[in-house]
Design a protein around this ligand. Structure first.
Ligand code: F3S
Length: 391
């Protein structure tokens, strides 16, 4: 017998249609999701991150659905990257017909009270803390929130995250519950790494995601910093379905909890398995910022480009808020001819489909570029990316 979900009196009023049809339908959606996954209650969320914002992925049907909704977000909510920069789409050579439809999607979300930051790194813009419950959609953001910050979110579909933003709650199941956050497999990285690049952590995640699928891995033998954790988790979410991972003595729950690991399967990863992903194929574009660049990554790119001129198209992607707060660094990058674009990325923008081979420094982009852009992908360090783009 299915246990009914507990709803408070305000929820019952919403379900009865007292706050309009959209809120009624959105809560019905959350309750239905909760029933499917056995949630006993809803939990209040601190923020939402809504996917399904690129016209490339939602098309006419998604736009029509959004346009028929009438409510406002009650918690801070941001969008996933869209198909073009909102302000500089002409500069990225986006087709005007696509830009018009993309703008309509954005306007529909704006009307719903969703903040128009279109980014997979909302944690750089809105404070997110250990233990916060969230309803985030984009897989790398979900991984970072759960693993690096210690917040709690399932990987929401676009409609589920939007419903959560409009209601302020999400069904409490899966990774919202402590008991479901324990490690399920150990990954031993041999030998103990020193000075690994962000790209190398991305490559490790690319490989590890294929090995662990949707399990929660517990890493030993690595000591990544936040940008490296971001790359590791993003890639594992792409080649596997990893929404949470732990790193011994590094990530917050691994430091706080005493896990009993004795019965877990141990997978060893040798350096050669990572090395073989790095090739030297020729490329006709270079794209970095997957997930969107942190301020520190922008500084690094500016340093590497200093005094150089880009000869191969070089795209850098970051959240608009991060760009605004680091304008001098962005100007220094663009002095080389590289372009720093907000709101979009090498995977969701149709512009990248014009290239036949794209170099990235991200394990996630390395996994997605072939299918999403129809291009061959090459992974390299940021130093290699700059060298190729300016050679
Ligand atoms: Fe973000 Fe696009 Fe990569 S959404 S994680 S930059 S594929």
């Amino acid at each position: 017998m299915v246990t009914p979900m507990h709803l408070d009196p305000d929820d019952e009023k919403i379900l009865a249609g007292e706050q309009g049809e959209t809120r009624q339908k959105m809560l019905e959606l959350l309750v239905a999701l909760g029933k499917v996954f056995g949630a006993k209650r809803l939990v209040r969320i601190r923020s939402a991150q809504v996917s399904g914002a690129s016209y490339k992925t939602i098309g006419e049907y998604g736009l029509a659905w959004l346009s028929g909704l009438h409510a406002r977000a009650v918690v801070p909510a941001v969008l996933n990257p869209i198909g073009m920069p909102r302000e500089r789409w002409q500069e990225m050579d986006v087709e005007p017909a696509f830009a018009k439809r993309q703008q309509e999607v954005i306007t529909a979300y704006e009307r719903l009270g969703v903040n128009l930051d279109c980014t997979c790194t909302p944690y750089y813009l809105h404070k997110t803390s250990f233990g916060d419950h969230l309803a985030w959609s984009e897989s790398s953001a979900v991984s970072y929130a759960n693993s690096v910050i210690g917040a709690r979110t399932n990987r929401e579909g676009g409609p589920g995250a939007l419903a959560a933003a409009l209601i302020g709650k999400t069904p409490c199941y899966g990774l919202h519950l402590e008991k479901n956050r324990n490690p399920q497999v150990i990954i031993e990285v041999q030998p103990d790494e020193k000075n690994w690049s962000i790209a190398r952590y991305g490559a490790l995640g690319y490989h590890a995601g294929k090995l662990v699928g949707n399990k929660i891995p517990y890493f030993r033998g690595i000591t990544p910093k936040p940008d490296q954790l971001k790359a590791l988790g993003a890639a594992m979410a792409a080649t596997g379905a990893v929404a949470l991972y732990h790193v011994e003595d590094v990530t917050p729950e691994a430091k706080k909890n005493r896990y009993n690991l004795s019965s877990l399967e141990v997978i060893a990863i040798e350096p050669a398995e990572i090395d073989e992903l790095f090739t030297e194929i020729p490329v006709d574009a270079v794209a970095v910022g997957c997930p969107h660049c942190s301020p520190a990554e922008l500084v690094d790119i500016a340093r590497l480009l200093e005094g150089k001129i880009v000869t191969t198209p070089f795209y850098v992607f970051a959240a608009q808020g991060v760009i605004n707060n680091n304008q001098k660094t962005v100007d220094a990058i663009e002095k080389s001819g590289a372009r720093v674009f907000a709101d979009t990325c090498m995977v969701v923008s149709p512009v990248m489909e014009r290239y036949s081979a794209i170099m990235v420094n991200s394990g996630k982009a390395f996994a997605y570029v072939p299918d999403m852009c129809g291009a061959v992908a090459r992974i390299g360090t940021i130093e290699d990316c700059v060298a190729v783009a300016t050679s």
